[in-house]
Design a protein around this ligand. Sequence first.
Ligand code: RB5
Length: 143
Amino acid sequence: MIAIGCDHAAVELKKAVMKYLEEKQIDYIDLGTDGQTCDYPDIAEQVCRKIISGEAEKGILLCGTGIGMSIAANKIKGIRAAVCSDGFSVRYTRKHNNANVLCMGARVLGTGLALELTDIFLETEFEGGRHQQRIDKITKLES
Ligand code: RB5
């Protein structure tokens, strides 16, 4: 299950990502916004809570730049959110950082690239091994 959310700057991109998930038969929960102006930390919180509760495995957060969403999401314990604009970064934030939230900027990326990044994010596994001890240290920083 994927939790997805956006602010008013990224409604069209969110629709495109949801359509893509439907085509790939990947279940998702849409936490808004449907178009109303909103504050991105509120949406980031809702998406991240779904991950922390175990209802969703990963999240996708979209705003104008992806940056506000990532800053907000990373305040929540257990969330490792990465704002990415290229495939290499997405691949390695999964392999090495075990990122559980992908943030993207609707004012930064074209739809085609955003869908490709979504695909990489969902398909790439965490490598574990020496990277796990680094994740453990990140987790320690939360307390
Ligand atoms: C909204 O105008 C914009 O500030 C927001 O979408 C995002 O880019 C913040 O990081």
